[in-house]
Write a protein that binds this ligand. Structure first.
Ligand code: SF4
Length: 374
């Protein structure tokens, strides 16, 4: 399969691993690279890459799983919206099982709310067209990767005057949480495996602030096993040559300036929120989108009066520590006992991109996680 098989080639993997071994052997210390994106975490554990790499390379899991960063209060808002009379609440499948303080969307559906899972915002718009007498709300979430699809759908709804359609907007932006991590955390990092999907939209140049302001290298990376290995090789090579730059391993998809059409759609339909609350990271200024005033009629938060009261995350939930790289999933006190994919407490166990789900599903508990739980 083109663009898949050649990035899973065993001979090429062995050659890259040999090059990584040579470079790592000269380091004299462990380098800690944060993979920002949950898709990378999934690839690393699905393909057992961590166990193939030398011990001088450690992966730190970052805040780039869009379901994982949604706090319990936003889940409660979604459940509240789903229970409004006459509402059809539409969502991607992996949000259905995320627990709120009064249950999940799946439980709301079982209790009689009309919750439907969709594959795209356009599916939700179609449901709105087919049900003009009902209010249809779409639970929009994700980084800059998925936000353009929401933006284009809202623009299409306005053009076609589908007035019974609105969006509960939870889209988030990648730069602000990375800055927060780098500015406020005492985490020691040596570089980033950069988010390939987000970079497809915003461009590799968007990440120049990391080497320029924080003196750390970043390699924008694809999602196949050889992509990750090549990115590690590129990061180690930067160290070996004393360089610190943005490099683009995912050049088959990512351009320096990103996707101009997608960026235009984002600028037209969205505006940055003053602040957005992240699970485990708290409120981060200008880290999320809301609908621009010109599209206010399609904003579910302005159309419905959401409850003002917000509930804190579950007291046993340590997703925040996982999302900020401070603990590995297996170090969470409820990992695999109180919190499993069947009965999750935190978001990182629900989404297939979540680090806890990756550890649990692929059974690869890192050598680095084999320390007592806090
Ligand atoms: S095991 Fe559950 S509660 Fe703990 S960090 Fe993972 S998802 Fe969160």
């Amino acid at each position: 399969m083109k663009y898949v098989d050649e990035f899973r080639d065993p001979a090429a993997a062995k050659a890259l691993l040999a090059a990584i071994d040579r470079l790592a052997g000269r380091l004299g210390r462990t380098l800690r690279f944060m993979e920002v994106c949950g898709g990378h975490t999934h690839t690393i554990y699905r393909h057992g890459l961590e166990s193939l790499l030398p011990e001088q390379v450690e992966f730190i899991h970052g805040p780039g799983c869009p379901v994982c960063v949604i706090p319990m209060g936003r889940v409660d808002d979604a459940v509240w919206l789903a229970h409004r009379p006459g509402v059809i609440f539409t969502t991607f499948g992996d949000m259905m099982r995320v627990p709120g303080s009064r249950g999940s969307l799946l439980q709301a559906q079982a209790a009689g709310a009309d919750v439907r899972f969709v594959y795209s915002p356009l599916d939700a718009l179609k449901i709105a067209r087919d049900n003009p007498q009902r209010e249809v709300v779409f639970f929009a979430l994700g980084f800059e990767t998925t936000a353009p699809a929401t933006a284009l759908t809202v623009a299409a709804a306005r053009a076609a005057r589908v007035d019974n359609f609105s969006v509960f907007c939870n889209h988030v932006l990648i730069e602000a949480p990375l800055r927060t991590l780098l500015e406020t955390s005492d985490l020691t990092l040596d570089g980033f495996i950069g988010p390939g999907h987000v970079a497809t939209v915003v461009g590799s140049d968007h990440f120049q602030f990391i080497p320029e302001e924080f003196r750390l290298p970043i390699v924008i990376t694809g999602f196949e096993p050889l992509d990750i290995l090549q990115a590690v090789d590129m990061l180690l090579t930067q160290y070996a040559k004393g360089r610190c730059a943005v490099e683009n391993q995912y050049a088959r998809v990512v351009r320096p300036g990103g996707n101009p059409e997608a960026l235009r759609a984002l600028a037209e339909v969205f505006t940055p929120r003053e602040s957005f609350e992240w699970r485990g990271l708290g409120a981060i200024p200008r880290s999320g989108y809301r609908l621009a005033d010109a599209y206010a009629g399609f904003d579910a938060e302005r159309r419905f009066e959401l409850p003002a009261q917000r509930v804190a995350d579950h007291p046993a939930c340590q997703c925040g520590l996982v999302l900020t790289g401070q603990i590995k999933p297996a170090q969470c006190r409820v990992f695999g006992t109180g919190c499993t994919p069947e009965r999750p407490i935190g978001t990182c166990m629900v989404s297939p991109e979540g680090a806890c789900a990756a550890y649990y599903t692929f059974g690869r508990i890192s050598r680095l996680a084999a320390v007592p739980r806090s």
